[in-house]
Ligand binder design. Structure first.
Ligand SMILES: Nc1ncnc2c1ncn2[C@@H]1O[C@H](COP(=O)(O)OP(=O)(O)OP(=O)(O)O)[C@@H](O)[C@H]1O
Length: 207
């Protein structure tokens, strides 16, 4: 599903990723672990098209990153993003926040998605009326509304307690079993044990 060959990335002249090779299969639940500053976010950003690789190849199914003509369309059609901070808009309801990612999604579709995540009763609530774990579930729903082939999550549980963190990882596991590829960067080695495969980054290299 995603094949990375001889990938390196520089910030100006500073090497952040060095000669990375990896292949991620469809419906795999993948974790990327490593110490602070090791390069996890950089790797996730390059894999998810947010950063252009300095050298090497990133290929999605049959599409080489270099040949993508309209990156916005490519992201909208293929990729969902989840971050440590949920970035929900406080003056929009849960439904309206999800509609930001897909204005055509009907209330019924959004309700169904929220039902899968166990929070359908929150559809008309506002972000400041729900808990941190519930907000992160809304952010997951927003990432899923376009039915992406792959979801990238950068420290998605960084703000959650251990119970909610585990819930999020269990949810990802369910999504992966239904066919979505999930790639998560995390500090938490115990959570990484819940994934199908873990890659460790150290000083910009995969070890
Ligand atoms: N925008 C940037 N400009 C310059 N250097 C950067 C930039 N982003 C990251 N770096 C550097 O690249 C290296 C890898 O950073 P990255 O954010 O990928 O690490 P990380 O493993 O995700 O860390 P953390 O767990 O603390 O988020 C670090 O040395 C960092 O200082």
């Amino acid at each position: 599903m995603i094949k990375v060959t001889n990938l390196s990335h520089y910030y100006n002249k500073d090497l952040a990723l060095k000669d990375i090779n990896l292949e991620i299969k469809k419906a795999q639940f993948v974790s990327i672990i490593g110490e602070s500053g090791s390069g996890k976010s950089t790797l996730l950003s390059v894999l998810s098209t947010l950063l252009k690789p300095s050298s090497g190849e990133v290929v999605y199914e049959d599409t080489n990153y270099k040949n993508i003509k309209n990156i916005d369309n490519f992201r909208r059609e293929n990729i969902g993003f989840i971050f440590q901070f949920h970035y929900l808009i406080n003056y929009l309801s849960v439904k309206e926040n999800i509609n930001l990612a897909n204005e055509k999604a009907s209330k019924e579709e959004i309700f169904e998605l929220l039902r899968l995540l166990g929070i359908e009763n929150l559809i008309d609530k506002y972000p400041n009326e729900i808990s941190g774990g519930q907000r992160q579930r809304v952010a997951i729903a927003r990432a899923m509304i376009n039915n992406p082939k792959v979801i990238f999550a950068d420290e998605p549980t960084g703000n959650l307690d251990s119970k909610n963190s585990l819930n999020v990882f269990e949810l990802f596991s369910t999504l992966a079993k239904k066919g979505t590829t999930i790639i998560v960067a995390t500090h938490d080695k115990n959570l990484a044990l819940k994934t199908d495969i873990t890659y460790e980054v150290k000083d910009g290299k995969l070890i």
